[in-house]
Design a protein around this ligand. Sequence first.
Ligand code: GLP
Length: 261
Amino acid sequence: MEVVIVADAKAGGELIAETMAQLLRRKPDALLGVATGSTPLPIYQALAAKVRNGAVDVSRARIAQLDEYVGLPADHPESYHSVLRREVLEPLGIGMDAFLGPDGAAEDVQGACEAYDRELAEAGGVDLQLLGIGTDGHIGFNEPCSSLVSRTRIKTLTEQTRADNARFFDGDVDQVPHHVITQGIGTILEARHLVLLATGENKADAIAATVEGPVAAVCPASALQLHPHATVVVDEAAASKLKFADYFRRTYASKPEWQGL
Ligand code: GLP
């Protein structure tokens, strides 16, 4: 995997948005897998700025959801369906007809998960999947000890993740659902390019385990080591526990520009 250490979240957002723009110039109808959480917001802001100034055309782009809470209606303000509409689709001017996501309110949850995996495959697969990382090393909502070959399915959140996400529910952990639908790790690994952004010191342990630890279900993000094209973009704080940080810095500094991420 390639590790790129950037100065701050804004620089990471700009770098990744430019990578998405390059992809869209090559493939205007690319299927972009997007993540929620605070970390990717600078990416969406930078991409929206490129759309506004005409640097990229997203009129044929398609957007795919990574995960969803179970039991929240789609129009609940904190369903990931609503969050992505607000933070990604509306600012980019992409209509909901170009949006793929699992039905978190379905009665047949397993059926909804299987249907979503089929929908992704029928859409030609995800071209670029953005990922954040949980403080416990989760990607999507694949909590520690998730199967590394898992498909989209229902999962139970750890108390750590529920506490981390309580800030989106008036700080009240009791409002955070226990169950979620998430693309499985096997599903995520099918995307053509994985790009994980992590910022802040509270992600440093998870990033060290992801990049330099063994491939192990206890750190789901370590599955990125199995992908032929995985890019991990981190700020100095999130990189602070990487033993190979200097090597990663030197490698990126001497990388030919034409290679992109
Ligand atoms: C949630 C999402 C993840 C995200 C994680 C980290 O659990 N399901 O996709 O990566 O939060 O969020 P943040 O970027 O806000 O730290």
